[in-house]
Design a protein around this ligand. Sequence first.
Ligand SMILES: [Ca+2]
Ligand SMILES: [Ca+2]
Length: 316
Amino acid sequence: MARRRLTGWAIILVAALTPLVVVAPTSAAPAEPTTRPDRVVVGAGDRVRVAVLANDRVRRKKRARVRVLRTPPRIRARAVKHRRVLVRVGPRAKPGTYRVRYRVIDVRGRKARGVIRVVVRRGVRVLSSAIDDLRIEPEVRTGYDRDRFRHWIDADGDGCNTRSEVLIAEAVTPVATGTSCPITNANSGGGSWYSYFDGVTTTSPTGFDIDHLVPLAEAWDSGARTWTDARREAFANDLDDPRTLVAVTASSNRSKSDRDPAEWLPPRAAAHCRYVREWVAVKLRWDLSVDVAERDTLRSVTDGCGQTTIRLLRTP
Ligand SMILES: [Ca+2]
Ligand SMILES: [Ca+2]
């Protein structure tokens, strides 16, 4: 008890000797609400959610309100949850830049105005809208045979087959050009290649496969079984869209086999967004369907990819 009383006296003594310090109020008024300069790239018919409140120091910002003030013709916009504006681009919107004006009101009633610049481009689709465009159909493997897709042809007769053409196109270090095809399994032509599935670089093409991003069997299941032989050949040797065929390590190609994204994704997590973008682009290009599990995986990966678009390059 005596010890506790002594401690009490010590505290009073220290307090008395401590000079009075004037502390500036730390609870300064929270910063004004700030909107962020936003620019989104979209295609006609797209929907995109845009976060509009940049200042995360606005108190209890969860209750800040957003109100859309004005939208240009062919663009619709409204405030949605989590201080976002849902922008819907009309299917007939022409390429160009449109401005959506809005206002943010924080819990103290203070206001800030902002603008979303909506850049409409031809042949572009927001990835989430592109996934919604995919037809859902049950997949049928009946009758599949890899030989039903004639592949590794030399369509332009220059002595390089499709496999070599892809290696030449994708070489990180360009291959030496010559009169005959410089790429064979024994001769790399001086090129080097990067496999984005697993982050491996090589100067030897023997360790690399040319992957049909949408595997031949998956293409068969999701629509190619009804195609002509000529269309299947065009798909299997597609050099007009660099996403259909991709040079990757043989080990990653073989671990993938004929699986779709619900069953297999590249071992490198940083590659998932690119993989899904390209998968969706190839399926749309060739008018192939998806199954439900595949569509769900495409959506869930896309949720982690931010605002992202794909270029549409449909077959004639
Ligand atoms: Ca050729
Ligand atoms: Ca599938």
